[in-house]
Every structure is written in C-alpha cells, then in structure tokens.
Design a protein around this ligand. Structure first.
Ligand code: AMP
Length: 367
C-alpha cells in the first residue's frame, strides 16, 4: 500500500489490534470499575483506540481529550506544544491517559507535566502500542496492549504525514530496499566525484553538505551568511546548523530510494544525530565507505581544483591544512563509530576515476 511516496506492508490485523484493546480495557476495569475514572485521549493518534477502548469498557466513566504537537528540534530533546488543554474537572479524580503509542516518551513527559498541579487522585498511563526498546523509562507504563519493535507504523489512528489514520489495520514502512551510504574521507578524496557516478548507478539522492552551504552562500541566504565565516577559515560549521540543514535536505526527498551522504557526518554529534534521525524514519546507514589517499596527493588535487572551481578554501595551503586538522581531530574518530557498528569499509582512493568507482561498487554490491 502506498501513502504519499512510501510503501507500507501489513503488520497487525484488525483482530490482533482489537484483542490488544480488549486486554487494556479488561485490565483497567479490574482496577477502576468501582469508581468513575476520567479517560483522557491524546489527539490525534488515539481517537480510534479511545473509541474501541470505550466500547470494550462497559462501566461508568467519563472521557475527554488533550492535543499535543510534537516537534523534532535540532537535537533529540524535542519540544511539545499543548494545542487543546485539559478539562476542568480532574481534581480528586482518577485520570487514565489513553495513548495510541509510547515510543521515546517525550510526549508522555509533557502529559505528566500538564497534570502535575491538578491534584488528581491517581494518574495512570494506558497505551495501545509500546516501543519498549526506545522508551526512556522515565515513567511507569501502567497498561499496554502490545509491545512492538521500533518500526515506523501507520493505521488505526496513526499517520504518515496525515495519511493512513483511517486504516483498520496497522501497516509498517517497507524500506528494505533502501540503500543509505556515507562517503567518508578527507577534503579532496573524491567523495563528490564518486557520488556523481554512484547516484546514477544506484538511483540515489546525493546530499553534499559543502554544496548546500556553497549554494546558500552564493544566494546570500541567512544560512549562507552564517556558514561563510567558518568555511572561509576552513573550520567546520557548528553542528546544530549543519544537522538541521541535513535533516531538511533528507525531508525534501521523501521519495528517494536511498541517499549518499557526502561530507556528513563530520563530528561525533553529527553521526549520532544522523542515526537517531534516520531511525525515526525506520531508515539506517547501510555502509560508510572511506576513500583513502595521503595528504600530499590531496593537497595537490585541492590546489588544482581551486584553480578551476574558484573555491577560495581550495586555493590556500594554510586553509587546506586547517581543514585536514579539523578532519583529524573531529572526523577521523568516526571511523571507530562506524567500525563498532560493523559498517566501515575502506577503498583505495588513488587511481583512475572509473577504477575507484568500480572499487566502491564492489563494496556496495556485497552489502
Ligand atoms: P566540503 O565541500 O565537503 O569540503 O565542505 C566545505 C566546507 O563546508 C567545510 O570546510 C566546512 O566548513 C563546511 N562543511 C561541510 N560539511 C560540513 C559538516 N558536515 N559539518 C560542518 N561543516 C561542514
């Protein structure tokens, strides 16, 4: 099944879901059938769960809703905004939150905060789905229907860019076919040149952070102005700027069948942010491939490139050496980061362009 540009495959049948809903309703009834609890659904995702839950919960109860909007900020902290606030009458009552899904726990934190000064009698959390492997564990999940792995799911109230909420079953994103590569190596190693060939050969979207910065500098955008002073000195642009820009580039291409990341990540914080960001989309890096060449060859290449392209950071040997210094200090340690994940591959970056493409293709085809 297709929603927007993405393909989804069946994951949980309607019967499985309804069984999980009934399980939650039974467990809650066991604890609350002697009083009148208030169930609070968290919009938008929980509307179907709330409806079926109430049909399964045939004891006196009240129901209301809150609406929170979760934004993914520059880092994993996230900001959650309240769009529809609490009902008035919660004081002294037993409140049971009905959530469609608990994953990282960010929304939950905001909910707990919302109820902090309301003097409720009891505050419990019931979720239909529960991603135990990514949950931060801050609060007890009192009731849940089904524990699920960290997959991107839609249907039964959950959406992909607002589509899919009306599906009776739950589907999971099918991106088994996706190939995401990091091209790794010092300035001048040939990442950009090789990416041009690989993107054609494997139908991938090439994202070069250096190119995006240069495009912005040329067009004198805010981002370009900000990046210019760093780039002119051969320093790295600050992580929060670069990470946000990279995420936007990925999100501009939801239809891509894979990405080549060229010049990103360049710091440990960028590498971690990339993994986190991709995981949220049920994507991952398949391989990081380093193009190896020694400094003297690279300096020669960069100075020649500087003459042709006019790139000022390629024309001055001191700036080039500073970029190598930045690389050695901040980027080189990422080799271990990807080795530890079993994803690091190394290719000799010296030779004819097509020979090097061939070496890269061999690594990719063996993935
Ligand atoms: P490149 O074209 O990849 O050599 O990048 C040119 C310049 O853009 C670098 O020297 C940095 O100043 C900046 N830049 C590119 N990618 C990044 C990144 N991932 N993190 C920080 N700065 C970057």
């Amino acid at each position: 099944m297709k929603l927007h540009d993405k393909t989804f495959v069946p994951y949980l049948s309607e019967a499985t879901i309804l069984k999980a809903v009934a399980k939650v309703a039974r467990a809650v009834a066991e604890d609350y059938k002697e009083e009148i609890p208030i169930f609070i659904g968290v919009l938008n995702g929980s509307f179907m769960f709330v409806a079926d839950f109430l049909k399964a919960y045939q004891h006196p109860c009240e129901v209301s809703f809150v609406k929170l909007s979760s934004y993914q900020g520059l880092t994993s902290t996230g900001i959650v905004e309240t769009l529809l606030d609490l009902p008035e009458n919660v004081e002294g009552r037993s409140v049971i939150i009905l959530e469609d899904i608990i994953d990282t726990g960010r929304t939950l934190k905001e909910l707990v905060y919302l109820f902090a000064n309301k003097n409720v009698k009891e505050f419990k959390i019931a979720s239909l789905f529960y991603k135990a492997s990514v949950y931060n564990g801050e609060y007890t999940i009192d009731y849940f229907g089904l524990e699920i792995p960290d997959k991107f799911i839609v249907g039964y109230g959950l959406d992909y860019n607002e589509l899919g909420r009306n599906l009776r079953e739950v589907y999971q994103l099918n991106n088994n076919q996706m190939i995401n590569l990091v091209l790794f190596g010092k300035p001048g190693a040939g990442k950009g040149t090789q990416a041009e060939f690989l993107k054609e050969k494997y139908n991938l979207k090439h994202i070069s952070t250096g190119d995006v910065f240069r495009y912005n500098m040329k067009n004198d955008t805010e981002l370009g102005k900000l990046a210019k002073s760093y780039i002119d000195r051969g320093d790295l642009v600050p992580d929060e700027v670069t990470i946000k820009m990279l995420q936007e580039e990925v999100e501009k291409n939801p239809e891509a069948s894979g990405f080549i990341f060229d010049g990103f990540p360049r710091t440990a914080a960028q590498a971690k942010a990339l993994d986190f960001f991709l995981a949220e989309k049920s994507m991952k890096i398949n391989a990081t491939i380093a193009l190896e060449a020694n400094d003297e060859v690279l300096i020669q290449r960069l100075l020649e490139r500087g003459e042709v392209s006019g790139r000022t950071d390629d024309q001055d040997e001191d700036k080039i050496r500073n970029r190598f210094e930045e690389y050695n200090q901040k980027t080189a340690p990422l080799k271990k980061f990807y080795e530890d994940q079993g994803k690091f591959h190394s290719v000799n970056g010296i030779g004819a362009i097509d020979e090097i493409t061939h070496r890269l293709a061999k690594v990719i085809e063996e993935l």
